[in-house]
Write a protein that binds this ligand. Structure first.
Ligand code: 9D3
Length: 247
C-alpha cells in the first residue's frame, strides 16, 4: 500500500515514521509513505498556500491550485488513488472505516490548515472526508497520522504474532469492547496485590474472569460498545450468573 501526504509541514511526520511499527512496516517494504510540501506546488511568486475568504470573515482558506497540482503529481499511473481530506466535517474515523481504507492501493491524505480548503478543490478532487473525533485540532496533520497508524497496522505482515488479529478473536477487545485489567510483575505494587485467579494457572477460569471484567468495564465506561448479540449463549449465562445484565 502507498500513502502520499500533502501538507505544509512535512517534518511533522518525521519522528512518527521513524519509530516502532510504522518504521518497521516501511523498512520491510509493506507500505510506502511519501510526504509532499504543498508550498512546492504554489503558482505565485510569494508561494502562498492560503488566501482570504471571498465574502469576508475570519481566518484563511487553502488555495485550490496548489492542492490540485500536488494531487496530480502524486497520483499513480493507474489513477486509482483515493483522495482523503482530513476535515472536521468528515466521517468519524473508526475501525470499520480503517478496514475499508486498508483495502485501497493508494491513499492521498490532504492535510488542511487554517479555516479549511476551497470548496472547488473538495468537489473536484476529494473522494472521502475523514474526521478523527469531535474536538478541535490545529490542522489535518495529527488526524492524518492517526489514520495512517491505524490503517498500516491492518496491512498483512505488519503485526507481530503477539498482537495478531487471530489472537484477538477470543477477547472482548476484538468484538469492539474494552480490554480486561492487566497485571505484570511485581506481585505486590505499593501494597496492591495481583488478583489471585491470575496466579492460579487455571486457563479456563482466567478466561472467564477476564471476560467478566472486560464486560463490567465496558458497561461502565462505554455502554455504547456493548451488544448482547456479540456473546455466545454460554457467555451470556456466565455474565448473568455474575449479575451482569447485557440489556
Ligand atoms: C469553526 C471555526 N474553526 C475552528 C475554530 C473550524 C476549524 C477549522 C479547522 C476547526 C478545526 C480545524 C483544523 N482541524 C482539522 O483540520 C481536522 C480535524 C479536527 O479539528 N478535529 C477532528 N478531526 C479533524 S481532521 C482535520
Amino acid at each position: 500500500m502507498r500513502f502520499d501526504i500533502l501538507t505544509i509541514f512535512p517534518e511533522f511526520f518525521d519522528s512518527p515514521l521513524a519509530c516502532g511499527m510504522l518504521r518497521r512496516a516501511i523498512q520491510d517494504g509493506l507500505v510506502r509513505v511519501g510526504r509532499h510540501d504543498i508550498r512546492e506546488f504554489t503558482v505565485d511568486k510569494h508561494a502562498m498556500t492560503d488566501d482570504r475568504p471571498f465574502g469576508g470573515g475570519e481566518g484563511m482558506v487553502m488555495k485550490p491550485e496548489p492542492l490540485a497540482a500536488a494531487v496530480h503529481h502524486v497520483r499513480g499511473e493507474s489513477g486509482a488513488a483515493k483522495v482523503v481530506l482530513l476535515s472536521p466535517q468528515g466521517r468519524t474515523l473508526n475501525q470499520e472505516l480503517a478496514t475499508e481504507l486498508a483495502g485501497e492501493e493508494q491513499l492521498i491524505l490532504v492535510c488542511g490548515r487554517y479555516e479549511g480548503v476551497d470548496e472547488r478543490f473538495r468537489l473536484a478532487y476529494v473522494d472521502c472526508e475523514v474526521s478523527v473525533g469531535d474536538y478541535i485540532l490545529t490542522g489535518g496533520e495529527p488526524a492524518a497520522l492517526a489514520l495512517l497508524d491505524c490503517v498500516v497496522r491492518l496491512l498483512p505482515g505488519v503485526l507481530g504474532c503477539g498482537d495478531s488479529a487471530a489472537n484477538d478473536t477470543f477477547s472482548l477487545g476484538s468484538r469492539g469492547g474494552l480490554k480486561y485489567p492487566q497485571y505484570t510483575r511485581p506481585r505486590n505494587f505499593e501494597g496492591m496485590e495481583v488478583p489471585e485467579v491470575l496466579l492460579s494457572g487455571d486457563h479456563a477460569t482466567i478466561a472467564r474472569w477476564r471476560l467478566v471484567e472486560a464486560v463490567r468495564r465496558t458497561r461502565q465506561r462505554r455502554p455504547d460498545l456493548l451488544k448482547a448479540a456479540d456473546f455466545t449463549p454460554a457467555e451470556r449465562r456466565l455474565l448473568a450468573k455474575e449479575g451482569i445484565d447485557l440489556a
